[in-house]
Write a protein that binds this ligand. Structure first.
Ligand code: UDP
Length: 317
């Protein structure tokens, strides 16, 4: 049975990835320091003999070099705070996990001759001047601002991957993850979908930042996980960068209305100040993933939102 490491495996996306890999008969070692991940997300896996949880930090070389990780064939490097509220609460940890943490993972992949997938982000495009964003777009990001701990460290992670590809012939690929949602998103991670649904369920005001005309496109987590798996296992992906996300684009005004309707909520919709450097629009061009990976999202937004609403309703019972 082949061994796979998932860093950040107790996080929102990471835990769904662990589920899926175990279903596909791999041995999964999950490394997570539980800073923004949660043991609850993997509780159901702890008795599975093919699953191992290591409570540790990828920035510690001694942890990454420990025997838990020897003999690994594949590494998914997802560890990092990822919501704007989380990475701005932990800016130093964010810098470190994406820089030093990524180098440690690339070194491990080199030593073990393992295939590696580095999770990057749509944030590398900053407040994009090209719309929708293709992988070839270089971005418009602010290196000296509240989002830069995340944007710039992810750009560094991509750059480090490029160097290891060129210099050491590593079998690596980069995936730029666009806004993703679904069960196991933390209630208080500050993301728009978790905020809107939890506000709506409690009949509290739904908070739109700015005038609500800014747009995002939202991918349901099961679609995203399938994309990650295809990016790792499909032939011909070495050295490639892929956007993964759902190209259906919504304004925050439309999203708020939709969630209010779906939850039958009495909440008011209120406007709050727009945070600095908040991108005005974001939508992936996924034609490269369609071409190389034969992948595109299949879960409709109403279906994905309903599953997420049900998850949060169950939590609050
Ligand atoms: N947003 C909002 N109300 C909220 C939380 C977020 O209007 O309660 C907006 C935020 O300003 C941004 C968009 O929703 O324009 C997406 O924010 P999120 O934090 O989910 O992720 P981002 O795409 O900015 O990384």
């Amino acid at each position: 049975m082949q061994k796979i490491i998932v860093t950040g495996g107790a996080g929102f996306i990471g835990s769904h990835l662990c589920d899926s890999l175990l279903e596909n008969n791999y041995k999964v070692v999950c490394l997570d320091n539980l800073l923004t991940g949660s043991k609850k997300n993997i509780e159901h896996l702890l008795d599975n003999p093919n699953f191992e949880f290591v409570d540790g930090d990828v920035i510690q070389q001694s942890t990454v070099n420990s025997q838990h990780f020897s003999g690994v064939s594949y590494i998914f490097h997802l560890a990092s705070p990822a919501s704007p509220v989380d990475y701005q609460s932990y800016p130093e940890e964010t810098l470190m996990v994406n820089s030093l943490g990524t180098i440690n993972i690339l070194e491990l992949a080199k030593k073990e001759r393992a295939k590696v997938l580095i999770a990057s982000t749509s944030e590398v495009y900053g407040d994009p001047l090209e719309h929708p964003q293709k992988e070839t777009y270089w971005g418009n990001s602010n290196s000296f601002g509240p989002r830069s701990c995340y944007d710039e460290s992810k750009r560094f992670a991509e750059s480090a991957t490029y160097v290891y590809l060129q210099k050491y012939n590593l079998d690596a690929r980069v995936v730029r993850i666009f806004n993703t949602y679904g069960p196991r998103m933390q209630v208080n991670d500050g993301r728009v979908i978790s905020n809107f649904i939890n506000q709506a369920i409690k009949n509290e005001p739904i908070t739109i930042y700015g005038d609500g005309t800014q747009t995002r496109s939202f991918c349901f987590v099961s679609d995203l996980v399938e994309g990650l798996i295809k990016a790792m296992f499909t032939e011909g992906t070495t050295g490639e960068v892929f956007n993964l996300g759902n190209p259906e684009e919504y304004s925050m005004n439309d999203l708020a209305k939709k969630i209010k309707e779906m939850t039958d909520s009495a909440s008011d919709i209120v406007n709050k100040e727009l945070p600095p450097d908040d991108p005005k629009q974001r939508r992936p061009d996924i034609s490269k993933a369609e071409r190389y990976l034969n992948w595109k999202p299949t879960v409709k937004v109403n279906e994905g939102l309903q599953k997420t609403i049900d998850y949060y309703k169950n939590l609050s019972i």
